[in-house]
Write a protein that binds this ligand. Structure first.
Ligand code: HSE
Length: 306
């Protein structure tokens, strides 16, 4: 039976100013999945290591995303999925997106690629719908396509791949508390002032232009979020101290990764990203909350055979 093991990247959604529209794919953070063709129609999930998550197909994001793909194809094929979870659910680093993207990419590959990678996004979004109640695409798009992505529209779906400046590195601190995306969406305001909207779309445009120009200062100036961060940051212990420490250490910008609690900082160069990590450790260690820190460049490939 045909089988493939894939790397499923972690992702930073929103990237400060781009709530639900911007995302980037991480090279050094992710999980692994093995998908094997079986003689029985449908999807089974036979093993999940590293996390206590449902094996039941309809309750697992990989199962739901994979089934959406098989249904669209009218396929009689069957697949078994084994997941080596390395990203915690509720971490803000795209745990559900990694599994959803990995499943649809691997199944599509084993079926001979009936869909292009960009066409797989709607199926992976079904996994996000199960995880958070909303089929947002800002994690699954960069997880599948790699690099930075812009979700210009979800209806109709219009996803644009953006360039990734070569020296861009992310430092991600993950305090070991769980924030469910559904909960951190529920607390958001449903309207915003024109003043804040102007600031926010100025920054989205600035960030996109900065990526195209490889202008690290413009990227840094644009990493501001006046809409979501003021509301969600209260859920993250020490957020203001982390942000101040990252900026003092020379990071270009710092914000909430996805729906939190992880916080990311972007820096020019790996050395700076390591310096930022050191400063963040010094801020967080005395707080007594366990944490992980990841330093990663941008993953240009999305999901890939591993
Ligand atoms: N855009 C989503 C949110 C990403 O912030 O709710 C969740 O990872």
């Amino acid at each position: 039976m045909k089988s493939i093991r894939v790397f499923c990247p972690g992702t930073i959604a929103n990237v400060s100013c781009g709530f639900d529209v911007l995302g980037l794919s991480l090279a050094g953070v992710g999980e692994y999945m093995t998908v094997t063709q079986t003689p029985t129609k449908g999807i089974t999930i036979s093993e999940i290591t590293g996390q206590d998550l449902p094996l039941e197909t309809a309750k697992n994001v990989a199962g739901v995303a994979g089934l959406a793909l098989l249904e669209a194809l009218g396929s009689e094929a069957g697949f078994d999925i084994k997941i080596e979870k390395k990203i915690k659910a509720g971490s803000g680093i795209g745990s559900s997106a990694a599994s959803s993207a990995g499943a649809v990419w691997a199944i599509n590959h084993l079926l001979g690629n009936p869909y292009t990678t960009i066409e797989l996004i709607p199926f992976a979004m079904e996994g996000e719908r199960l995880a958070s109640g909303v089929a947002h695409a800002d994690n699954v798009a960069p997880a599948l396509l790699g690099g930075f992505t812009l979700v210009r529209s979800t209806d109709p779906l219009d996803v644009v791949s953006l360039p990734s400046p070569r020296e861009l590195y992310a430092t991600v601190i993950h305090p070991q508390i769980e924030i469910k995306t559904a909960d951190s969406r529920r607390i958001l305001k449903s309207s915003l002032s024109l003043k804040d909207a102007i600031t926010q779309w100025g920054n989205v445009g600035g960030l996109v232009a900065g990526l195209y120009r490889e202008d690290y200062e413009l990227i840094g100036r644009s990493l501001q979020d006046v809409v979501i961060e003021p509301v969600r940051s209260i859920l993250i212990p020490g957020f203001d101290e982390i942000k101040a420490a990252a900026l003092n250490a020379g990071a270009m910008g710092c914000g909430i990764s996805g729906s939190g609690p992880s916080v990311f900082a972007l820096s020019k160069g790996a050395d700076k990203a390591h310096e930022v990590a050191q400063q963040l450790k010094e801020v967080y260690t005395p707080m007594g909350i366990p944490f992980d820190i990841h330093i990663s460049n941008i993953n240009e490939k999305g999901v890939y055979p591993a």
